[in-house]
Design a binder for this molecule. Sequence first.
Ligand SMILES: [Zn+2]
Length: 121
Amino acid sequence: MNIGRAERMALILARDGATCAWCARPFRGSTVPTTDHLVPRVKGGPSWLENEIAACRGCNRLRGHTSPVDWLAECERRGWAPDGQRIERVLRDLEAAIAERGGQRRARAYVERQLRRLAKS
Ligand SMILES: [Zn+2]
């Protein structure tokens, strides 16, 4: 099923809350939500809701292709309050979605590495 951009974002915000996953700023005024792929698309991340979180423009741009675990550490270093629980939950949902739908070999390995690192931290 194909749904529009605004509708996808509404689903993400309903699932995760209307704050940036990384800097925790609420989305209002000039702080607008953008779609951030947990497994970057250049690393094989699928364009699935299970791979998408909401991030403000600044965080999305700053993170670039940095991995979620590395970027969580960087956010903390900057004194922000990133939502590590959200990141872990969405990674687990993505892991389950990949297991159910199959394929996505690169993303599957990437998610497994991220979850292993989260378990150690
Ligand atoms: Zn942010």
